[in-house]
Design a protein around this ligand. Structure first.
Ligand code: FMN
Length: 212
């Protein structure tokens, strides 16, 4: 069996040049996401969301990207969860995408804002009913004694609500307003392609190649 130190593979799916990149990183991101979805990569819309707690300790978890619009990248969650509390203290975050089968990684940093109640309401009720019940029954990130207690809470909720469930006020979404991007394309022999997008004083995106 190979050891951890011996575990490696070549990255030879594709290459990336400045000429290929869209001037607008949001468009470039949409292109890579479309390619990941078209190739039917599992969890193509998964992203690692990193935040920091009030002591500056970093924390990370996966969430699902639900929308890209002119202003940013959105996901849904519970505002009272660990990430929700951390975003209250420090509304800056980092999103990280990794598409293994394309040897691609994208990092996006920026400020985070809450989505509107209307957006949260619409998305909540567009989800399968069972997912709505589960979200309503769970005080995300709070301790609970047993699986049974959780299932009992769900049963109770289902008894009192027939075919509809109200969105808990603590359930909603966030949008990250991008301030910088990095696109990474794995290359042969670890000589990877990396490009950052940062904004100049006039708000124009500048593209810079980084050493791997
Ligand atoms: C594939 C996958 C998708 C997930 N999608 C979400 C999501 O969209 N929203 C969410 O709140 N948690 C999602 N989770 C669960 C989170 O990773 C995390 O456990 C949860 O949000 C609690 O995080 P926190 O305690 O750091 O706030 C997902 C987990 C996985 C593995």
């Amino acid at each position: 069996m190979t050891t951890l130190a011996d575990t490696r593979r070549e990255y030879d799916f594709s290459s990336l040049s400045k000429k290929q990149l869209n001037q607008n990183p949001v468009e470039q991101m949409k292109l890579w996401l479309d390619q990941a979805k078209q190739a039917e990569f599992k969890d193509a819309t998964c992203m690692t969301l990193s935040t920091t707690d009030k002591n500056g300790m970093p924390d990370s978890r996966i969430v699902l990207l639900k929308q890209i619009d002119e202003s940013g990248f959105s996901w849904y969650t519970n505002y009272t969860s660990h990430k929700g509390q951390q975003l209250l203290h420090n509304p800056q975050a980092c999103l990280l995408f990794y598409w293994r089968d394309a040897d691609r990684q994208v990092k996006i940093q920026g400020q985070v804002e809450k989505l509107s109640t209307k957006e949260a309401e619409e998305y909540f009720h567009s989800r399968p009913l069972d997912s709505q019940f589960s979200a309503a029954a769970s005080k995300q990130s709070q301790p609970i004694g047993s699986r049974k207690q959780l299932e009992d809470k769900l049963e109770q909720l289902k008894k009192t609500n027939a075919n509809t469930v109200d969105r808990p006020e603590s359930w909603g979404g966030y949008r990250l307003l991008p301030e910088s991007f990095e696109f990474w394309q794995g290359r042969e022999n670890r000589l990877h392609d990396r490009f950052t997008y940062t904004k100049d004083d006039s708000g124009k995106w500048l593209i810079t190649r980084l050493q791997p």
